[in-house]
Design a protein around this ligand. Structure first.
Ligand code: SF4
Length: 420
């Protein structure tokens, strides 16, 4: 009898199953309580191996010269797969090559890239080696990387870890995913059924299987409300602020690699004066001038002195992220007053919880929506912002699915929502 799951990993001469050929195949059969059997062989591809592939895998033409062809291996592979669920990292790639070789046509399949994107919605990178590193699973076999058997063992280790992590989503959310997945015939449902069964057994069921109604609580506003813009703002001391950048002063004492730049000091002074006089100021300065601190520092003093917000509008989200994650925290370490900062992006970056609730109600319409829906179910309760930047939209299809859920939505009108 075949095992419940078999991880399959292939090395090939290229990406196209109709043109390229398998040069190595590995399969590891496993149950939830351990590995049952493994199989691995080089395969004669009836074509040359590109240098790029040899560089990546270490497999040369000489190594495969006496190996069996895929036709010879077919009966053995079919026996090994039996009726197991085929698991793979980007499994459609491996299944494409197997099916071109008339193997695995009727086997169900599970993709660990899709599963990882749901269970670890904020992992950022979903390549096998990146996930292994992210989860501290480094090379469970100690075998050579980018060879089929080593990758197959890593995929088994990843599967076990994902299954263990998935249980923490709790019975209610796992049940919601399973119900929607079953309605849609979504292949990954099988994994969440397994996780649901384990979650029930291991006591992750507090609150029962009842749907979690509220997934997102906007964070409470901290600190006092700020005043509106008035006619007579207090002036800030442009020279004193600029002096903070002098050698031996605040910045050089706080940051060992601080570099004094005259243009930056001039910019701080001019920006502070522009605040004081309510003027527009146009500054052109080259890379390395330290422009961010050049405007943030006087802006922070002006905001604190007047108890008013300052809006910094950037051209890119990258610069916005840099300000919020690097420059503003630097200022917060250095300044003697409490500097609060919040980030606001274009509406398309934020989930509309109303549209998401509608999707929960009617159910996702296709596999891409289903994957994103499951990712959001897992991610949203831990998010303070609903900002899509916290999860990585991996594919164009996922981006399209997001566009139907984001707060900038062409389909919104007064008939469906009072906020439109
Ligand atoms: S108008 Fe559209 S995007 Fe805005 S809250 Fe309503 S449903 Fe959401």
């Amino acid at each position: 009898m075949s095992a419940t799951y078999v991880v399959v990993d292939l090395e090939t001469t290229g990406l196209d199953p109709n043109r390229d050929a398998i040069i190595e195949v590995a399969a590891v059969a496993f149950e939830l309580d351990g590995i049952v059997e493994e199989f691995s062989t080089l395969v004669y591809p009836h074509q040359g191996i590109p240098a790029l592939v040899t560089d990546l895998t270490g497999i040369t033409d000489e190594m495969v010269a006496d190996a069996p062809g895929i036709t010879t291996l077919r009966p053995q592979l079919r026996r090994f797969l039996g009726d197991s669920v085929v698991v793979g990292h980007n499994v459609d790639f491996d299944m494409g090559f197997l099916r071109a070789a008339y193997v695995g046509a009727n086997n169900a399949r599970l993709d660990t890239v899709t599963l990882a994107s749901i269970v670890l919605p904020d992992a950022g990178k979903y390549a096998l080696d990146a996930l292994i590193k992210h989860l501290n699973l480094d090379n469970p076999t100690g075998r050579q990387e980018h060879r089929a058997l080593a990758d197959a063992h890593q995929t088994v280790a990843l599967f076990y870890t994902l299954l263990e992590r998935a249980q923490r989503m709790g019975v209610a959310r796992l049940n919601e995913i399973v119900q929607s997945g079953r309605r849609l015939g979504w292949p990954e449902t099988r994994f969440f059924e397994e996780a649901l069964g384990l979650a029930v057994r291991h006591g992750f069921g507090r609150g029962g299987a009842q749907r979690v109604e509220k997934l997102f609580d906007p964070p409470k506003v901290e600190g006092p409300n700020l005043a509106g813009v008035g006619d007579d703002p207090k002036k800030i001391d442009a020279q004193a602020i600029a002096n903070m950048l002098k050698p031996g002063a605040n910045f050089s004492r706080a940051f060992p690699d601080y570099e004094y730049r005259e243009q930056q000091v001039a910019m701080v002074r001019r920006v502070a004066e522009a605040f004081n006089h309510g003027e527009h100021l146009f500054v052109e300065a080259g890379t390395g001038t330290g422009k961010s601190i050049g405007y943030l520092l006087p802006a922070a003093f002006w905001a604190d002195s007047n108890d008013r917000p300052v809006v910094v509008s950037t051209n890119t989200i990258n610069l916005q992220d840099q300000l919020i994650s690097k420059d503003i925290p630097q200022l917060q370490r250095l300044l003697f007053f409490d500097l609060r900062a919040a980030i606001l992006k274009g509406k398309r970056n934020y989930l509309c919880t109303r549209l998401f609730e509608q999707m929960r109600h009617r159910g996702p319409g296709n596999a891409d929506e289903m994957t994103l829906y499951a990712r959001i179910l897992n991610w949203l309760p831990g998010s303070d912002t609903g900002d899509v930047n916290e999860i990585t939209l991996r594919t164009r299809e996922e981006q399209l699915a997001w566009s139907r859920l984001s707060a900038e939505n062409d389909g919104c009108n007064r008939d469906v929502c009072a906020q439109a």
